[in-house]
Design a protein around this ligand. Sequence first.
Ligand code: AMP
Ligand code: ZN
Length: 118
Amino acid sequence: MEGCIFCKIINGEIPSEKIYEDDLMIIINDIAPKAKKHYLAIPKKHYKLFSEMTEQDSVELGKCIRKIGELADSLGLENGFRFIVNQGDDAEQTVFHLHMHLVGGQKLRILDYKQDNA
Ligand code: AMP
Ligand code: ZN
């Protein structure tokens, strides 16, 4: 999608700290980490909201989530992590390409993840 920063990261037009890539998603370090570990798992298909997903998108997102489970230990999330998807204005979604925040590497307690808790 033109003008989408995550599409540009996926295409290599914008550099990122890429941790993992397969045919369905990339995992990068968040540029402004809110905890000791803060990754973004970004499906390669561009859409903004769950409500926009096709049946095929749901199959692919399911595979991405399963892969995240497989990778968690190697990402330093062996003690657990928080999985966050911001949708729309109330959640202050800032990048309109669906992505999953993987936050951990420390006790999170009540993390207001829009604040700096690192
Ligand atoms: P959200 O508020 O859920 O839309 O999250 C967008 C996230 O993308 C924020 O946590 C930003 O810090 C992160 N972000 C924005 N630009 C970049 C970038 N170029 N590389 C890595 N993370 C980014
Ligand atoms: Zn995009």
